[in-house]
Design a protein around this ligand. Sequence first.
Ligand code: ZN
Length: 173
Amino acid sequence: MPSHSTSRVTTQQGRSGSHAAPPLVLTSSVLNEAAKFFEERGAFGLEGTAMIKAGDVLELVVPRQLAHRDAHGHVNVEVPREGQMDLALALGPEEIFVARIHSHPGDAFHSSADDANPIISYEGGLSVVVPFFGLGLRHGLDACAVFLFHAGGWVELPAGPRRNRWVVAEPLS
Ligand SMILES: [Zn+2]
């Protein structure tokens, strides 16, 4: 129903401009699925990346991706054209991407490449970085770095009340 989708998108984008809007609630099913994917990739010493889409429920979308690891253990992951196609095709008429989530081998932070990545770089977009190849999620969202795209750049939301205004997580089993 196209008329529905318009109001849904407006509501979701409105979240960025209004602090009165409720925070995004990352469901345990999405976070568990992300952790499972990241740990599978981590078993090969590789990072993983995914997107979280919002419709009737939240869903994790894992695009085709190219993960690299050099002889020094430096890693990165990129989403090639076919992966970008996966993301585009994953969205139904009433769905939008609300967050990106990717894993790091060690600490969770935004690298310069993460900052430069144009995916979901719009006001109110969220970026979650999971430390330790996904294992960090065993300690919940508080163990992750979370960034909010605001006023043209990524701003870190440290765990606590400021982050909770924007995004919270269901407890993981
Ligand atoms: Zn990164």
